[in-house]
Write a protein that binds this ligand. Structure first.
Ligand SMILES: Cc1cc2nc3c(=O)[nH]c(=O)nc-3n(C[C@H](O)[C@H](O)[C@H](O)COP(=O)(O)OP(=O)(O)OC[C@H]3O[C@@H](n4cnc5c(N)ncnc54)[C@H](O)[C@@H]3O)c2cc1C
Ligand SMILES: *[C@@H]1O[C@H](CO)[C@@H](O)[C@H](O)[C@H]1NC(C)=O
Ligand SMILES: *[C@@H]1O[C@H](CO)[C@@H](O)[C@H](O)[C@H]1NC(C)=O
Ligand SMILES: *[C@@H]1O[C@H](CO)[C@@H](O)[C@H](O)[C@H]1NC(C)=O
Ligand SMILES: *[C@@H]1O[C@H](CO)[C@@H](O)[C@H](O)[C@H]1NC(C)=O
Ligand SMILES: *[C@@H]1O[C@H](CO)[C@@H](O)[C@H](O)[C@H]1NC(C)=O
Ligand SMILES: *[C@@H]1O[C@H](CO)[C@@H](O)[C@H](O)[C@H]1NC(C)=O
Length: 574
């Protein structure tokens, strides 16, 4: 027994609680402290749901898990061929985005109805939202918020479902599903210190759709390398990096107006001069926290000639020292690369370096070649073979499409850190970063870096983590996700929190991470994700969402709540 307790003490809270019988208080939820679950007497009746559906004009969807086609036990939709078809597209974000309930992040996928278990294994809604409202209007937002509050059920805002921390999903939750709000509008804007072209998008517009609309109007926008990510949701609200971020700043820096519905039932416009505290918080202070966004208006820039490049080399025939020496050499070129206005994405797996891509808006092919030459010459001097491509395009979108293969679902447990520029300006600094990357690779992790300088763009006051302004790369590390043995993911996540991220942390006194792409169990996330903005953000959260109707793991104000690891119940910490 003592041995068992000692063992339990060494595993994260997440599992130890699962191994212990539910505490008697878990089932005595009250309106003031816990949200109701489907198993509670306080859960709305079928008649309540039907009446709600009627109010919405039929926009209520009861969740049927995607993987229900793989199971014969319930939902009555088992089909071996449909299950195989689903398996063949499971790695593509679009498979999950099209659903009203399925999260992209595997850690939050529904283990109660698992694609990878046998056909006769159970299939339940489990950790997914129970219902979704396919929203199209402010009235839908208002009705959904009101119903969740009156019935005391958990509310989440779901856009594409990309969130790495499960902020757009939850056990027993009702989802306000914004994905189908696809409006786009071109504006000649003249207010709030900006005169020029602007684009207004509805909450469901995705990065690739916004960029295509801009392109059709001779313009370009700050959007992500990831085209499937929602533009006005967690991406822009959480900061938002991408190929134009070095030239113009983060996505959050581009916002001119937010149109929102608050949990107190107000429809508001937030700009630098109107509800300016809410504007400040929404621009970089994290998604799903302060209000439900209906639309976002952003600065748009003239389209421009753009170059792009990619580079691959491996450790074939060379020692690790030579391989990571070449990586360090590449890292020393990042300051000059971002100083040209370019943004770079690199990936480092054991034995493989992939620069995929460098996007250099407003830079010629010859200039980009010059910026890459120090790395290429170094590789040649060490006898390291490589594959290098560089091209120039007449529009930004052409360069983006040609050099950004659409990413798959991220099948990794992740952690991350912002790394400051000063480490990359000396050979010894770059070598220290490369040796931490090597340590992570040796521990079975991959490293990805997004290199930008987000201090040159629009000068606006917003809640972006100040650590971004001195950073030259957001380093995200990943330990492969195990779809079969969940315990392995808990172990990997524990390694990320306890061993791998601290290695990155030790590189610099500046402690910061990109709140959208880091460790969901980050200790002291308040400071690491939000910097010194946390206290101010929390007071704005309390002002606009006094009932804490909006909750998300690591979101501002989430430290007042806890999710029970056995039942998934969301409760206020007494
Ligand atoms: C494959 C992939 C590629 C990525 N590429 C990039 C990239 O290039 N650049 C980058 O910066 N990040 C990137 N990310 C991270 C991404 O920005 C975040 O995961 C972001 O939170 C996704 O936002 P979403 O609205 O699409 O997703 P969701 O999971 O639907 O929502 C994310 C959060 O925003 C909230 N939210 C969504 N819509 C609204 C709304 N209308 N009002 C209020 N809150 C809302 C949700 O409640 C949730 O808290 C990528 C992630 C993945 C998985
Ligand atoms: C919560 O409030 C509703 C409406 O006031 C009530 O019907 C329900 O019984 C309450 N639930 C609990 C668990 O107290
Ligand atoms: C809501 O109503 C629509 C239209 O009547 C119907 O198709 C849908 O199934 C209903 N949703 C639920 C959860 O009952
Ligand atoms: C994406 O997933 C598909 C299908 O599973 C696979 O064939 C492809 O290699 C993956 N691409 C990447 C870049 O991992
Ligand atoms: C690099 O770019 C070229 C040209 O667009 C492309 O053919 C190649 O597949 C790319 N390589 C990688 C690793 O992305
Ligand atoms: C944890 O990290 C160590 C390196 O410190 C590594 O050897 C080990 O394999 C890792 N374990 C898991 C589960 O990732
Ligand atoms: C960004 O560029 C400016 C000059 O344009 C420079 O002063 C600053 O140090 C750069 N910051 C980073 C993080 O690269």
């Amino acid at each position: 027994m003592a041995r068992l307790i000692a063992l339990l003490a060494t595993v994260p809270a997440l599992i130890s609680a699962a191994a212990i019988a539910p505490s008697p208080t878990a089932s005595t939820a009250t309106n003031s402290t816990c949200r109701c679950l489907p198993t509670d007497p306080c859960w709305p009746s079928t008649a309540d749901w039907n009446a709600f559906n009627k109010t919405l004009g039929g926009k209520l969807i009861a969740t049927v898990p995607l993987a229900s086609v793989c199971h014969s036990s319930s939902f009555g939709c088992f089909s071996a061929s449909k299950c195989n078809q689903l398996k063949s597209v499971w790695d593509f974000p679009d498979t999950h985005i099209a659903s009203s309930s399925d999260p992209v992040a595997p850690f939050f996928a529904n283990r109660g109805c698992d694609l990878f278990t046998a056909p006769d294994a159970g299939c339940v809604v489990g950790s997914l939202v129970q219902y979704s409202v396919k929203a199209s209007t402010a009235a839908d937002y208002l009705a959904t918020i009101k119903f969740a509050q009156q019935k005391n059920i958990r509310l989440v805002i779901r856009n594409t479902g990309h969130d790495y921390y499960g902020k757009s999903t939850g056990t027993g939750a009702l989802a306000l599903w914004t994905h189908n709000i696809k409006t786009t509008q071109l504006l000649n804007y003249n207010a709030n210190g900006y005169k020029g072209k602007a684009i207004k998008v509805g909450a469901g517009v995705q990065n690739s759709e916004a960029q295509a609309f801009a392109h059709a109007n001779g313009l370009a926008l700050v959007t992500g390398n990831g085209g499937s990510v929602g533009f006005a949701g967690g991406y822009s609200q959480g900061g938002g990096h991408g190929p134009l971020a070095t030239k113009y700043g983060l996505a959050a820096d581009q916002v001119l107006e937010w149109e929102v519905v608050t949990s107190t039932g107000q429809q508001l416009v937030a700009t630098p001069s109107q509800n300016s505290d809410l504007y400040w918080a929404l621009s970089g202070g994290g998604g799903g926290t302060y209000a439900a966004v209906l639309s976002m208006t952003v600065r748009a820039y003239p389209d421009l000639v753009s170059s792009a490049a990619n580079l691959t080399f491996t450790n074939q025939g060379i020692t690790d020292d030579v391989f990571y020496g070449a990586v360090a050499q590449f890292l020393t070129t990042l300051p000059s690369i971002v100083d040209s206005g370019a943004s770079a994405v690199f990936l480092l797996a054991p034995g493989l370096f992939l620069l995929q891509p460098v996007n250099a808006p407003g830079v010629t092919k010859a200039q980009l070649q010059t910026l890459m030459n120090p790395t290429l010459n170094y590789l040649t001097s060490k006898g390291i073979g490589y594959d290098f491509h560089v091209d120039q395009f007449s529009t930004f979108l052409d360069s983006l499409n040609a050099y950004n293969p659409p990413p798959n679902v991220t099948e990794y447990n992740i952690g991350g850190r912002l790394i400051p520029r000063n480490l990359f300006t000396t050979a010894s600094g770059a070598a220290s970063v490369a040796s931490v990357y090597q340590f992570i690779n040796n521990a079975g992790g991959v490293v990805s870096g997004v290199s930008v300088n987000v201090s040159n763009g629009a000068k606006v006051s917003n809640a972006v983590n100040p650590a971004w302004r001195t950073a030259i790369t957001s380093t995200v590390i990943g330990v492969p996700y195990d779809p079969l043995v969940f315990q392995n993911n808990l172990n990997a996540q524990k390694n990320i929190t306890g061993v791998l991220v601290p290695k990155l942390d030790a590189l610099s006194p500046i402690k910061g991470a990109y709140l959208n792409e880091a460790d969901m169990n980050q200790p002291n996330f308040q400071q690491v994700f939000y910097g010194n903005n946390y206290a101010k953000l929390k007071s704005i959260k309390n002002k606009y969402d006094p009932t804490s109707t909006f909750f998300g793991l690591t979101a501002v104000g989430s430290d007042d709540w806890t999710v029970d690891s056995t039942t998934g119940r969301l409760c206020k910490i007494a």
